[in-house]
Design a binder for this molecule. Structure first.
Ligand code: NAD
Length: 310
């Protein structure tokens, strides 16, 4: 039986990843300090092949048993969290990634770091291929997250090139699904919460900025395929089905059967205008592409909240 360490495993993506790895017959060690994750996210997967370690990854991590894979997801991920925890976000991207890479090196494990489409900043190329170096404001409020992730990528490549660690880098685009927190500030859980409460859906700016939303099951399948491949260079994983935030809000209103109106609020600083992955590399290297469209994915999300999509 092979063993995977999942840092950030009690979070939204991490808990789905733990579940998928256990379903593959793997042993899973979930390392999380519960900053933004919760024990509820993993309570249904407690069992003898699943171990939870309450540990802050900015401190040295030791695991007694052999480890085959290290999936490094620990990091605040939503703007609300990283704006609240700016120094911690930089520390977990730097010290935390050092510690996760150190573990992979010591255990001779395959390593995957969860990077983000935010490394492209407010992109000047559309859609974004992995070869694009990005347009990031290092000193704006979002810089703590974007630069932490860019540093984590540089560190990962240095461990690979200089230390011979078997590394991979996934650039994750906006992903949604069950277990997102209703108040985490990301568009889909916010719109769903507002629609259920009969409150106005708050769209930033004029709603013309675009995003591409990937359902969590597709994303997790991509992470595992990449971790199990021999690839070292970054790979985008996300759904290229691009839409405006206004279209997203209208879809949520329709599917929830809500009578909420849509209102417009000031655009946050450095909010990217467009966002769409070029997934040519994921298709060619991993044979991966998303299979779950937005309406189906939103239907599954609503079902998980006990609501049938209209
Ligand atoms: P999340 O906030 O739900 O999960 C992050 C987890 O990391 C939480 O459980 C948190 O408690 C844990 N964590 C934070 N600091 C830690 C520390 N110092 N030590 C141990 N654990 C710590 O966020 P998520 O959406 O599941 O994101 C997971 C990863 O994927 C993050 O690295 C994020 O940057 C990346 N990502 C996510 C998305 C997305 O759309 N969800 C997009 C791009 C990248």
């Amino acid at each position: 039986m092979s063993t995977a360490v999942v840092t950030g495993g009690a979070g939204f993506l991490g808990s789905h990843l733990c579940e998928a790895l256990l379903a593959k017959g793997m042993r899973v060690i979930c390392v999380d300090n519960l900053d933004t994750g919760t024990l509820q996210n993993i309570e249904h997967i407690r069992g003898e092949d699943f171990v939870f370690l309450n540990h802050d990854l900015t401190h040295h991590l030791e695991i007694g048993e052999s480890v085959d894979f290290v999936y490094h997801l620990a990091s605040p991920a939503s703007p609300i969290d990283y704006l609240r925890l700016p120094l911690h976000t930089l520390k977990v991207g730097s010290y935390g990634t050092h510690n996760a890479l150190g573990l992979a090196k010591f255990k001779r494990a395959r390593f995957l770091t969860a990077s983000t489409s935010e490394v492209y900043g407010d992109p000047l190329i559309h859609p974004q291929p992995e070869s694009y170096w990005g347009n990031v404001n290092p000193i704006g409020p979002r810089g703590v997250y974007d630069e932490a992730k860019r540093y984590a990528e540089a560190l990962t490549m240095a461990y690979h090139r200089q230390q011979g660690v078997d590394t991979s880098i996934v650039r994750i685009f906006n992903t949604y699904g069950p277990r997102m927190r209703p108040f985490d500030g990301r568009a889909i859980p916010t719109f769903v919460r507002q629609a259920f409460a009969g409150k106005a859906l708050t769209v930033f700016g004029d709603g013309s900025q675009t995003r591409s939303f990937c359902y969590v099951d597709d994303l997790v399948r991509g992470l595992i395929l990449l971790a199990e491949s021999g690839e070292h260079e970054p790979v985008n994983i996300g759904n290229p089905n691009e839409m405006t935030l206004l279209e997203l809000a209208q879809t949520v209103v329709r599917l929830t059967g809500s009578e909420s109106e849509i209102v417009f609020e000031a655009l946050p600083e450095d909010d990217p205008q467009v966002r769409k992955p070029d997934i040519t590399r994921a298709r060619a290297l991993l044979g991966w592409e998303p299979t779950i469209g937005l309406e189906e994915g939103l239907g599954r999300l609503l079902a998980s909240l006990g609501h049938q999509a209209a």
